[in-house]
Design a binder for this molecule. Structure first.
Ligand SMILES: *Cc1c(COP(=O)(O)O)cnc(C)c1O
Length: 438
């Protein structure tokens, strides 16, 4: 039988990942063990329901796997209740809202443009923004959460749910401060720690467990497991409503989902096992060390960062001083140079969400590949070289001119000798850091 072209495309993607430096802070690379169970026979099986109470026969082994995954997560976070069936982070957040709110109730979250997530109530275009009365808080001039605004908005709008979580916030999130405000207005505190779970587990970021009622996390970011999500109910949440765990379960199925993805469940169990080791703790520490070195070196090279640095795994490069909207060109040029990241808005964005003035970068993936401080300095120097190389090519104001300009910019970047030189150097570096490490 002729080999399907899909296999060669997968091989091509594997080569891309191996040869390039991945700095997208929500990405990572999993262990061979996680990878192996993901492509196992477990995905053949239907298991609607929960371990020990299924609608389908033949789940004797799947039940054991799901119990194991739940036990390991509960132990890891020291929490009484977890659901590991959400298909991903976005549906998991929706399940929490489904369990805690009625359509039209008020939901408060961080603005997307200031580092929040679409599912935190972004207006008009998202489900969370349309089905609920969305109120959004922001950050201050120093790029930190504006807790005075959170408090004022909470008192004014009396939200049912306040979400504490983000996707592009370089600082540690203070769940204790959120708890204080939540208690003033009687809301539920939902901590969405998708990005920082690995850091939380390793004690490298404040834990939301003592403060939140419900915690959501994806399992594929710093946690380094499969694409998926978990919903935790804390002791506090269970005390407030002993039925809360059951309500979350019902929101997943029959509320929003059908059968769980069993291969994912097994991979979560393996990732949870890995996350309980001393090796994982070291990895989480190194993520932060790497981020600090990367940030310091970028700033030393004259590159500005939102909030002037990082306390976590990520930072946002602020290109505003070169004119609004340079993020698109800079991210494209970095990609040509072998370093991929994503363009991102900065607080007080002068460009637009589609042509923003920032680039978001983070260290989880490169840390998983074994890179350390020395490599971070090189990466920072390359990024600075690329940015300074393209900084004089700002986006035209006129919309029609933009398309022509960008087409020309991309064409030129692809054959730019400076970017090609960096790409060769990047390839030489990445050859020493395997993508999959046990
Ligand atoms: C990634 C992320 C999500 C969504 O996860 P998906 O798996 O992409 O649906 C939700 N909230 C936060 C804070 C995230 O970082």
């Amino acid at each position: 039988m002729k080999k399907d072209i899909v296999y060669s495309l997968v091989a091509k993607e594997l080569r891309r990942q191996k040869e390039m430096i991945g700095l997208i802070p929500s990405e990572n690379t999993v262990s061979p063990e996680v990878s192996r169970v993901l492509s196992s026979c477990l995905s053949n099986k239907y298991s609607e329901g929960y371990a020990g109470r299924r609608y389908y026969e033949g789940n004797q082994v799947i039940d054991q796997i799901e119990f194991l995954a739940m036990d390991r997560i509960k132990k890891l976070f020291a929490v009484p209740y977890v659901n590991i069936q959400p298909y991903s982070g976005s549906p998991a957040n929706f399940a929490i809202y489904f369990a805690l709110m009625q359509p039209g109730d008020t939901l408060m979250g961080l603005k997307l443009s200031m580092g929040g997530h679409l599912t935190h109530g972004h207006p008009k275009v998202t489900g969370s923004g349309r089905f609920y009365n969305s109120v959004q808080y922001g950050v201050k001039k120093n790029a930190r959460i504006d807790f005075a605004e959170v408090e004022a908005l909470a008192k004014k709008h009396k939200p049912k749910v306040i979400v504490a979580g983000n996707t592009a916030y370089p600082f540690e999130l203070d769940f204790k401060k959120f708890r204080k405000i939540v208690d003033m207005v009687g809301a539920w505190l939902v901590a969405d720690i998708s990005h920082v779970t690995g850091l939380v587990v390793a004690g490298e970021h404040m834990s939301p467990v003592p403060y939140a009622d419900v915690i959501m996390s994806t399992t594929h970011k710093t946690f380094r497991g499969p694409r998926g999500a978990m919903i935790i109910v804390t002791d506090r949440g269970m005390k407030r409503d002993p039925e809360l765990g059951k309500k979350i379960d019902s929101a997943i199925i029959p509320g929003l989902q059908g059968g769980p993805h069993n291969a994912t469940t097994a991979a979560i169990a393996i990732a949870a096992g890995e996350a309980s080791t001393a090796k994982f703790k070291k990895y989480a520490q190194q993520i932060r060390k790497n981020a600090t070195v990367l940030a310091d070196r970028l700033m030393k090279n004259g590159i500005s960062l939102v909030g002037n640095g990082t306390e976590t795994h990520l930072m946002v490069i602020d290109l505003t001083k070169y004119g609004p909207g340079l993020g698109t060109q800079a991210a494209f040029a970095m990609d040509v140079a072998g370093i991929y990241a994503n363009r991102n808005t900065v607080p007080d964005e002068q460009g637009s969400p589609f042509y923003p003035s920032g680039i978001r970068i983070g260290t989880p993936l490169v840390t998983s590949r074994g890179m350390k401080e020395r490599e971070m300095k090189k990466i920072a120097d390359w990024i600075a070289e690329v940015i300074l190389h393209v900084k004089n090519q700002p986006l035209p104001d006129d919309k029609k001119e933009r398309a022509v300009f960008l087409k020309e910019f991309r064409k030129n970047a692809l054959k730019d000798p400076v970017l090609k030189k960096i790409r060769r150097e990047v390839r030489a570096l990445t050859a020493g850091f395997p993508l999959f490490q046990s």
